[in-house]
Write a protein that binds this ligand. Structure first.
Ligand SMILES: *[C@@H]1O[C@H](CO)[C@@H](O)[C@H](O)[C@H]1NC(C)=O
Ligand SMILES: *[C@@H]1O[C@H](CO)[C@@H](O)[C@H](O)[C@H]1NC(C)=O
Ligand SMILES: *[C@@H]1O[C@H](CO)[C@@H](O)[C@H](O)[C@H]1NC(C)=O
Ligand SMILES: *[C@@H]1O[C@H](CO)[C@@H](O)[C@H](O)[C@H]1NC(C)=O
Ligand SMILES: *[C@@H]1O[C@H](CO)[C@@H](O)[C@H](O)[C@H]1NC(C)=O
Ligand SMILES: *[C@@H]1O[C@H](CO)[C@@H](O)[C@H](O)[C@H]1NC(C)=O
Ligand SMILES: *[C@@H]1O[C@H](CO)[C@@H](O)[C@H](O)[C@H]1NC(C)=O
Length: 470
């Protein structure tokens, strides 16, 4: 049983390496206040260790045809080599900042300077740094499995391609070779897609060049291929970037799947098949699995609460939402609602921790610190400044945090969405402050954990269904 052996082995590794992003498993359940409202979460500190069962969660989406297993790129279920790719929260948070800065620079209200422009002789599309979660899809005929980062903030789907004319970084799957696929075709420079993508020509082929916020890049040609999600779910003539010169911090992922609200993204390309409808569940910890699913079919809509989707700006490819308040232990923070509305907000799969207006963050931090006053504090780490040393505690009680979205949607964060662990002796409140109140609020992926997040892009609404990963 090679699988179970390597599972035990990986658990032992996790056991030994406490500098792992881990989240808490609930020990005693919720504490109920006088009105029966959820007031706090009591957690077992021993649950800092990996979950007792090494089996992947049986995703609730398994009754749906178009479902991909989703894992954290540094997690137990990642196909990547964790020894060369260890999870370091400090680094993740630092990298998060280049993504956040880029997102803010795209917004006209940015406090950090004017809107970024691509200045180069070749058409260069600048884009954000890539996300934390990966899925595996099949490409070509015969199909080759490729593990790709998935990102709701990017539009272009691409993978590294042979021959690597410039350079290719090391990836865990064999690099895709177009000459060995019977369904591969280059996209003509005269195609609609090429003009939508704003790309340039190289001879008659459509060239693309993407530079990400952290200076990672992918340059190559647009092509069409057969994309396989499952044996019964195949997308013909999917338009993607075949990258022949790639470098940067993509871990060992083969590339990226772009799910932004944009006319060349996966969502738009598969609109006829999936109705611009997708959802995902990000697992509670890096040792469990979630899913990414396309289309409405087979889902139970009753459990989902929907809030309107908007655009923060006309040409924005981000998913705009409207946050109207935050409560701690059921008590709303006393801040004017205009602080939320004047900043505007987006939801993003690739930003790790939620970025709040300084006024909101400081109110949240004050109330949180008061509720946690009996615990030993620990030093700040990069962008998180409210940290505790739980190494001597057996259980801890953490206040509940609830987000109120437009449309009366109340989202009580999962316990895994409140704290992030740097080490056992440094566990931190998983929020940070923007530079200015006018900067965009970014609802990050830690806060989305364990909810099925439903993007009904055609219906212009975003849904949350609690406890959905397993
Ligand atoms: C994590 O990354 C930070 C910043 O790069 C570094 O200072 C620290 O030593 C790393 N921690 C571990 C445990 O590797
Ligand atoms: C590949 O890209 C790097 C920088 O991104 C550039 O310096 C180099 O010239 C490129 N190589 C080719 C063959 O295009
Ligand atoms: C696609 O275009 C590139 C660049 O022009 C070329 O090197 C490659 O041979 C083409 N592939 C096919 C299958 O036409
Ligand atoms: C990316 O490169 C530019 C120009 O070389 C530099 O100014 C910028 O600081 C770099 N950004 C990062 C995140 O390394
Ligand atoms: C496609 O998106 C780009 C960038 O957002 C935009 O400039 C262009 O007008 C869009 N084209 C169509 C046909 O919607
Ligand atoms: C920009 O900020 C102003 C004032 O804070 C606000 O009224 C406006 O709605 C903001 N615009 C966007 C696009 O967020
Ligand atoms: C802290 O501990 C004291 C003494 O056990 C207790 O009375 C108090 O309620 C605790 N405070 C909080 C915020 O839990």
């Amino acid at each position: 049983m090679e699988g179970s052996f390597s599972c035990v082995f990986k658990r032992a590794l996790l056991f030994l390496s406490l500098h792992v992003l881990m989240t808490f498993f609930m020990h005693k359940g919720y504490n109920y206040g006088v009105e029966g409202k959820i007031t706090s979460h009591t957690l077992s500190v021993s649950s800092l260790l990996p979950s007792p069962s090494c089996l992947p969660s049986s995703a609730k989406a398994s009754n749906r045809k178009s479902t991909l297993k989703l894992v954290h790129k540094h997690g137990l279920w990642s196909p990547f080599d964790r020894d060369h790719n260890p999870l370091n929260l400090s680094e993740i948070l630092l990298r998060d900042q280049s993504r956040v800065k880029w997102i803010q620079s795209q917004s006209s209200n940015s406090s950090s300077g004017q809107k970024a422009t691509a200045a180069a002789s070749l058409p260069v599309k600048s884009d954000i740094t890539v996300g934390d979660y990966i899925v595996t899809i099949g490409l070509g005929t015969p199909k080759k499995d490729l593990t790709l980062l998935f990102d709701t903030g990017s539009s272009v789907t691409w993978t590294q391609c042979k021959p690597c004319v410039g350079s290719c970084y090391t990836q865990s799957d064999p690099i895709f070779n177009p000459s060995q696929s019977s369904s591969y075709a280059n996209i003509s420079c005269a195609s609609t897609f090429c003009s939508l993508a704003g790309s340039g020509c190289f001879g008659s082929t459509c060239k693309y060049s993407i530079t990400y916020a952290d200076n990672s890049s992918s340059v190559g040609f647009f092509a069409t291929e057969k994309l396989t999600i499952s044996p019964t779910e195949v997308i013909d003539n999917f338009e993607f970037g075949c990258g022949e010169n790639n470098s940067g911090i993509f871990g060992t992922a083969a590339g990226l799947i772009g799910l932004s609200d944009n006319n060349i993204s996966f969502v738009e390309q598969t609109a006829a098949k999936y109705g611009k409808y997708f959802s995902y569940c990000l697992p509670s910890s890096s040792s469990s699995t979630g899913y990414l699913t396309f289309g409405k079919e087979g889902r139970a809509p009753s459990s989902v609460s929907f809030t309107p989707l908007s655009k923060v700006q006309q040409d924005s490819e981000f998913y705009g939402i409207s946050i109207v308040g935050i409560s701690v232990n059921g008590i709303p923070l006393s801040i004017p609602s205009t602080v939320f509305s004047s900043a505007g907000a987006i939801i993003d799969s690739g930003t790790t921790i939620t970025q709040l207006p300084p006024t909101v963050y400081s109110a949240l931090r004050t109330v949180f610190r008061k509720a946690m006053a009996n615990y030993t504090t620990a030093p700040a780490d990069s962008t998180v400044d409210t940290c505790y040393d739980f190494s001597k505690e057996r259980t801890v009680t953490v206040p509940s945090i609830t987000f109120l979205f437009a449309g009366g949607v109340n989202i009580d964060l999962d316990r895994s969405g409140i704290l992030v662990m740097v080490t056992a002796s440094q566990v931190c409140l998983a929020f940070t402050a923007n530079d200015a109140d006018s900067d965009l609020i970014i609802y990050g992926n830690v806060q989305q954990r364990t909810f099925e997040v439903v993007y009904d892009v055609a219906g212009r609404k975003l849904g949350f269904a609690p406890n959905s990963c397993s």
